[in-house]
Design a protein around this ligand. Structure first.
Ligand SMILES: [Ca+2]
Ligand SMILES: [Ca+2]
Ligand SMILES: [Ca+2]
Length: 146
């Protein structure tokens, strides 16, 4: 997985909350506004930083969203819907398997959380103080677009 893919995963997480509330609300927003909106919603206590607890809540939300069968693990069964047109999902289509540490094609919450923390959160947390600021998110996104 290259950094661009990691950035895509990150933006999914940050933006997911904003999208869940109102599917139409994104259309008139710039990327920057989407990030700001997602950040504000991820910042549960509104103190201007996303602390590790809030990060964990976001990752948990994202995991639950992917886990469509609700059995607590992400498997091929969680990939269904019109985008697959009735075809079984292939291993290559399952981007989340990047995080499958033990390579059993089943993604546990622990695997997902460790993976996002290591590949996204640690990189985004530029000053390595454990909390993410809006400036760090924006800087991270800008770096990915270069
Ligand atoms: Ca906070
Ligand atoms: Ca599942
Ligand atoms: Ca696994």
């Amino acid at each position: 997985m290259n950094l661009k893919t990691i950035a895509a995963v990150l933006l999914l997480i940050i933006v997911a909350t904003a999208c869940d509330d109102n599917n139409n609300s994104r259309e008139n927003l710039t990327d920057e506004q989407i990030i700001e909106q997602g950040f504000m919603e991820a910042d549960l206590d509104g103190d201007g930083v996303i602390d590790p607890g809030e990060t964990a809540a976001q990752i948990q939300n994202d995991f639950d969203r992917i886990d469509q069968t609700g059995d607590g693990v992400i498997t091929a069964d969680d990939h269904f819907g019109p985008e697959y047109m009735g075809e079984p999902v292939t291993k290559e289509q399952r981007a989340e398997l990047y995080c499958d540490a033990n390579d059993d094609e089943t993604l546990t919450q622990t695997e997902y959380m460790d993976c996002i923390n290591e590949t996204v959160i640690d990189i985004m947390d530029a000053d390595q103080n454990g909390s993410i600021t809006l400036e760090e998110v924006k800087a991270f996104k800008n770096n990915q677009e270069l």
